[in-house]
Design a protein around this ligand. Structure first.
Ligand code: PDD
Length: 285
């Protein structure tokens, strides 16, 4: 079951007009909210990021937090899986084609869910493969925009190389990956780039930083050079669906020992504990 502009329906019945600016220009923003045991994880943070994305492209938020929470709850209740990815998208709405943002449109609001499949035990044991590519995307990667052609091109190159991700480099510095943030470990210290216009402020990124702080794991939030990425002892990618996933080969060469490293294994375990705590907390806590 999906939600479109005020109605719940089977996805096959959902239709949008061809002049929707989401279709014509990719003029919209989105969120992917992981839901464990039917309970959304970090919903308030996802809704806050949605607000920032909407503000950045000047769309008035069509719902307040209570209304969004209710829509997410109804989508989760209306779909069968215990663990779900809730996808929500807001576009500017329908208008005659003209690049400049028209005023006064009614935004299109769409929610759907899919089964949330986190990395298998086997993948966690071997780690994933990645390639390094130049980050040729635009300079507002902090906006969670549905205009994802750059990300799609980069992920396709990774997939064609048999890899799970493309890790991106701009002007000699690591930014993020095509659909995840990236952490590296060097001599026991975790390094990750600071938030900027060049990366998406990941919700998982924030959780991982909280975990590092709370457990006194040495870490530095600072620019990470391409050379540090390529000589790292450990590399991990983080996202709502991949959680904390070790990368064990880069461009076909082993990262560190070529096996998931101890810091990443520990942070993955702490992330699972963090999730469990959320799931045990009273509903709507
Ligand atoms: N992608 N960077 C990019 C470019 C992303 O697309 C994502 C998430 C992240 C990680 O953000 P978070 O931790 O909030 O999931 C970083 C989602 C899952 C997607 O597009 O499907």
């Amino acid at each position: 079951m999906i939600y479109l502009n005020g109605e719940f329906m089977p996805i096959e019945q959902a239709k949008i007009p061809v002049l929707d600016r989401g279709f014509i220009f990719g003029d919209g923003v989105y969120e992917v909210i992981p839901t464990y045991s039917k309970r959304p994880f970090r919903l308030a943070e996802h809704l806050a990021r949605l607000q920032s994305s909407l503000d950045a492209i000047r769309i008035d938020n069509p719902h307040d937090k209570a209304a969004w929470s209710e829509l997410v709850a109804r989508i989760v209740a209306g779909n069968p899986w215990e663990d779900q990815n809730v996808y929500l998208q807001v576009t500017r709405g329908v208008a005659r084609r003209d690049h400049a943002f028209p005023k006064g449109l009614r935004p299109t609001v769409f929610l759907m869910a899919s089964e949330l499949v986190t990395p298998s035990a086997e993948l966690l044991k071997t780690g994933a493969q990645a390639i390094v590519l130049p980050d040729f995307r635009w300079l507002r990667c902090d906006i969670k925009s549905t205009s994802l052609l750059g990300n799609c091109m980069l992920r396709t190159e990774a997939a064609e190389a048999g890899c799970a991700e493309a890790i991106l480099v701009r002007d000699g510095e690591m930014t993020e990956a095509s659909a995840s943030n990236v952490f590296v470990v060097k001599h026991g210290t975790v390094l990750c780039p600071p938030k900027s216009h060049l990366i998406l402020p990941g919700i998982t990124y924030d959780v991982v930083l909280e975990i590092l702080r709370d457990n006194a794991v040495p870490h530095e939030v600072r620019p990470v050079m391409e050379s540090e990425l390529r000589s790292a002892d450990e590399v991990w990618i983080t996202s709502s669906s991949r959680e904390v996933l070790p990368v064990t080969t880069l461009d076909g060469k082993p990262v560190g020992t070529g096996k998931p490293g101890p810091v990443g294994v520990r942070v993955h375990a702490l992330y699972q504990q963090f999730k469990q705590r959320i799931m045990r907390a009273p509903a709507h806590a």
